[in-house]
Structures are given as structure tokens and as C-alpha cells.
Design a protein around this ligand. Sequence first.
Ligand code: IMP
Ligand code: MG
Length: 215
Amino acid sequence: MASYLPIADDEKGHELDLFCVPKHYENDLDKVIIPHGLIMDRTERLARDIIRDMGGHHIVALCVLKGGYTFFADLLDYIKALNQNSDKSVPLTVDFIRVKSYCNDKSTNSVKVIGGDELSNLSGKNVLIVEDIVETGRTMETLLSLLSECNPKMVKVVSLLVKRTPRSSGYRPDYIGFEVPDAFLVGYALDYNEYFRDLSHICILNDQAKEKYKV
Ligand code: IMP
Ligand code: MG
């Protein structure tokens, strides 16, 4: 089982005014739950664990857009740092896939995969899927079944966050940054109807903001 840093259900978080938060979001957020620095520290360790397990063969890092892009960029920076500072190194290439399953703060039943036509390039490769958050697990299960048709050599999944929720299918990624309470989280590229990607810390959205940015 993957180890992870647990964020407790009764985690009080940190007052917003202890950190730098964009002015345009000040009234939309309750607390900072995971400060940016802690995300970076945990990501550095995930990079080390991934290279330990996958470092023997060309890695294709597959970013699940849009929510995964910040984590993807930071994780790859740490993997690159390991690659350029050790006697052993592996080629790393990147690919991107777009998946959409959310409307407002609810997971919809349909998982749409957009831009998956180059998936056949993954045949024979060590594929690392990089995701922002696993909630029900449906997105990842859909993606994994699509990918298995392309016969990759190995597939591993890293998700920065996994939500503790009764809606989970039971699916668990191979690498997990944090396990988080069943609340709607934004920041560090996690969005609510496309807002809050431009926020560095992971925060809990307040109910007023759910109304304000509703579509
Ligand atoms: P799943 O298919 O239910 O596991 O949902 C996964 C996708 O839903 C993630 O990749 C996110 O894009 C989105 N998602 C789930 N929970 C949250 C959240 O708390 N904030 C923002 N996006 C979320
Ligand atoms: Mg996502």
C-alpha cells in the first residue's frame, strides 16, 4: 500500500491572512489546508520513490489536464534534479491528456477523455500517469482501461491527493501525496469551474463561493 501524508477530517488548517492569497479570492476561501511549501516537500519525496521503482527504463510522464499541470511540472522538476545529479539516469518524455468529469462541485457520471489519439505511442513504455486528485476513482479507472489497450510495459499512477470518501470505488493510486477530507478543495491547479487554479496553496472553498462561481 502506498504511504501518504494524512490530513485529518478535523484539521483546522491555517488562517488565510498568515499566507499570501490573491486578493480576488480572499472572500471565497475558509482555510489554507495544505500550504504550497508542504506540497513541494512531499512532491520531492514522491519523485525519489518513483525513480527508485521506475528508474530502469524510459519513462513517459502522462499529465492529466487541466488539474494535474502544476503538480506535473513540479514533480518533473524534482525527477530531473535526481536524473542530473546521479550516476544512473533515465530518459523522460512527456505527454498530455485531457479529462473532464466535473460540473460545479459534483462528479458527473460521464468521464470524457479528450486528446487520447497518441496513446498508441505508449506501447512498450514505462508510463507514469500524473493526476491531481482521486475522488470516486472513476476517472483513473477509465484512463487505466484505455491505456491497457496500448500494451505499455508498466503503468504507475501518482496522485497528489486522494479524498477519503464513501463515494470511492476502492481504487488507490501507486503513489499518493496526501489523503484529504471529503471537502471540495481548490488551488495548486485544482479548480472550481475553472477558477482557483491561480492560487498556490490548497484551500477549502466556502459555500458562498460555490454559489458565486456556479455555472
Ligand atoms: P474521480 O473520477 O471522482 O476520482 O474524480 C477525479 C477528478 O475530479 C479529478 O481529476 C479532479 O479533476 C476532479 N475533482 C475531484 N475532487 C475535486 C476537488 O475537491 N476539487 C477539484 N477537483 C476535484
Ligand atoms: Mg484531475
